[in-house]
Design a protein around this ligand. Structure first.
Ligand code: URC
Length: 303
């Protein structure tokens, strides 16, 4: 043993292909269906001969993993990203006995069917990126798969019905109380299911998105009041848990994308009469606040 060959053990190891791009089109009926995905796979083997000794004999090559993504899409089609990730995970574990764990991550491109003269088009689509749908399936051999679904990059803003006041007062505080501010954020939400079957992943995803929008925006005419980003995050999480029994827990991150009032008192010689309803804000990219929580049902709620 040389001085470099200290005794080691692996904390984690996995390997795979990232961002395998694939466009799936289902024809056969006049209305074509499409899914464009980026799929990442990662496998953990039951030994480390590859890492330790340079023995490649157990490696299911990342190129093979990429081919598998295309082959299983062709064979099984893509109903939704979660179902496809489960198919991939199951395939790797059943085909390769020396694979002990899988991680499959999928991101879906936000293609929407074109509406032409109020009619849904048979085969034309538009990329409307209001947010991105993602999922991740983790599965250990002889265990049930753990499915996470998520929303990324859902950017929203409202011009009123947001306050932030009565927060901690001390000699470091300069921010005044406000009853009315711009509230803007970019939602990242991930939630984990307590089962992988017996319900519809699409419906659940749409429900979480609609819940987040509802708790942020409220009814079209009056909106809904936000006491803080924290409170809005919590009521969204709580409502999502109450609407989806298959949800085990949900993690939401809401950066507070600040829009500060421009201080026009600094322009005492400018005449602003008649412009009371014009509001000008300074958008500040960095730093932003960052509000984050992972919420689950209380143990007593499960009884
Ligand atoms: O909703 C908010 N939560 C905070 O914790 C915070 N901190 C801050 O400066 N502004 C805000 N707004």
């Amino acid at each position: 043993m040389t001085s470099d060959e200290v005794k080691t053990e692996f904390v984690v190891s996995d390997y795979g292909k990232t961002n395998v791009k694939l466009l799936f089109v289902r024809k056969g009926q006049s209305k074509h269906l499409i899914k464009e995905l980026e799929v990442s796979s990662a496998l953990t083997l039951n030994n480390h001969r590859d890492y330790v000794f340079g023995d490649n004999s157990d490696i299911v090559a990342t190129d093979t993993q990429k081919n598998t993504v295309y082959i299983l899409a062709k064979k099984h089609g893509i109903k939704n990203i979660e179902t496809f990730a489960l198919i991939l995970s199951n395939h790797f574990l059943s085909k390769y006995p020396h694979v002990v764990a899988t991680k499959i991550s999928v991101q879906e491109y936000p293609w929407k069917r074109v509406q032409m003269d109020g009619q849904p088009h048979n085969h034309a689509f538009q990329y409307i990126a209001d947010c991105t749908r993602v999922c991740e399936v983790n599965q250990k051999r002889n265990e049930k798969p753990v499915v996470m679904s998520g929303i990324r990059d859902l950017r929203v803003l409202k011009t009123t019905q947001s306050a932030f006041k009565n927060f901690h007062q001390d000699e470091y505080r300069t921010l005044p109380d406000t009853d009315d501010r711009v509230f803007s954020t970019v939602v990242t939400a991930s939630w984990w299911y307590n089962t992988a079957s017996g319900f519809c992943f699409d419906k659940a995803w749409e429900t979480v998105k609609a819940t987040i929008m509802e708790k942020f925006a409220g009814p079209a005419d009056k909106g809904v009041f936000s006491a803080s980003v924290q409170h809005t995050l919590y009521i969204s999480s709580q409502a999502a848990l109450s609407r989806i029994p298959q949800m085990d827990h949900i993690e939401i991150t809401l950066p507070n994308k600040h829009y500060f009032d421009v201080d026009f008192t600094r322009f005492p010689q400018v005449e602003f009469a008649g412009s009371e309803n014009n509001h000008v804000y300074l958008g500040v990219d960095k730093p932003s606040g960052n509000i984050h929580a992972k919420v689950k049902r209380a143990a007593s709620a499960k009884l």
